[in-house]
Design a protein around this ligand. Structure first.
Ligand code: 5GP
Length: 114
């Protein structure tokens, strides 16, 4: 798999505003925020997209999603609420081929998917 911009952030080759890191995930601010709070969460174990997570063990997938929720909690969004988005593939609007969950919040978000 060729290196994406997120591989380079994970390797420390490109700077990012990291908000949380542990042995499983890295969470950093989106460079082009679409809400007051816009953070991306990537697993350290690489997959290209959500579809590829089907080949992971269930506990690995579970850990990733539990940690996405934990990052949202750490950002102070648990009570107010937030939106999570995973874009998959070209028609899904995925622009970086490294699976990532968007966490958007800090304000009232209009519509369901806008
Ligand atoms: P996608 O469209 O693949 O779901 O989301 C990719 C996200 O990565 C976009 O929201 C975009 O703003 C963000 N992004 C692209 N390049 C960089 C970068 O170099 N640094 C950071 N922090 N975010 C990036």
């Amino acid at each position: 798999m060729s290196d994406t911009i997120f591989d380079k952030i994970l390797a420390g080759q490109i700077p990012a505003q990291i908000v949380y890191e542990d042995q499983d995930i890295l969470a950093f601010k989106d460079i082009s925020p679409q809400a007051k709070i816009h953070v991306l969460v990537i697993p350290k174990k690489k997959a290209r997209n959500l579809s590829e997570l089907q080949s992971w063990r269930a506990d690995e997938v579970g850990t990733f999603f539990q940690k996405v929720a934990a990052v949202a909690d750490k950002l102070g969004l648990a009570n107010s609420g937030y939106r999570t988005v995973l874009n998959t593939g070209r028609e899904g609007g995925q622009s970086v081929d490294y699976v990532h969950a968007h966490i958007l919040g800090g304000e009232s978000l209009s519509g369901h998917f806008a």
